[in-house]
Design a protein. Structure first.
Length: 143
């Protein structure tokens, strides 16, 4: 992208907009930008049941890691991590949807305890809507 911008800059040397106009245009573009919503599973004809659930080990890529006393432990290489679930939740956003419930988190990360799922969601300090069983947490892509 940067190369394309540079080639356009060389091609068009006369400035058509002032710095203030460019700033306003940038703000307007950001305000009206809507990210493309692509249903990855439908596009590649993958059933949700075909997804491999759980937390991948960042060390050996084994699946799933087990949650023990607030830490993810790989049963294959014994690697441990406090935040290995973050990568799995990024995958969740890209493959499924940008919000998640406690129950969906339990299923996707392959954990048994609702309290552990709740603790993960609370420590991530995510924006949420709803109460109790209807609560949904918004998962960011950029963390």
């Amino acid at each position: 992208m940067l190369e394309k911008i540079e080639s356009l800059r060389k091609l068009y040397k006369d400035k058509k907009l002032t710095s203030e106009e460019l700033r306003k245009l940038g703000k307007r573009l950001l305000k009206h930008h809507t990210p493309q919503k692509v249903d990855v599973l439908a596009r590649y004809q993958i059933a949700k049941s075909d997804l491999l659930m759980g937390v991948h080990c960042p060390n050996c890529r084994s699946l799933p890691m087990k949650r023990r006393q607030g830490i993810w432990v790989c049963p294959t290489c014994l690697f441990s991590s406090k935040d290995a679930h973050i990568a799995a939740l990024k995958d969740y956003v890209l493959l499924l949807q940008p919000e998640i419930t406690n129950q969906q988190l339990k299923e996707f990360l392959q954990i048994q305890s609702s309290a552990s799922a709740h603790h993960i969601l609370m420590t991530m300090n995510l924006p949420h809507t709803g109460k109790t069983k209807g609560r949904k947490y918004l998962l960011p892509l950029d963390e």
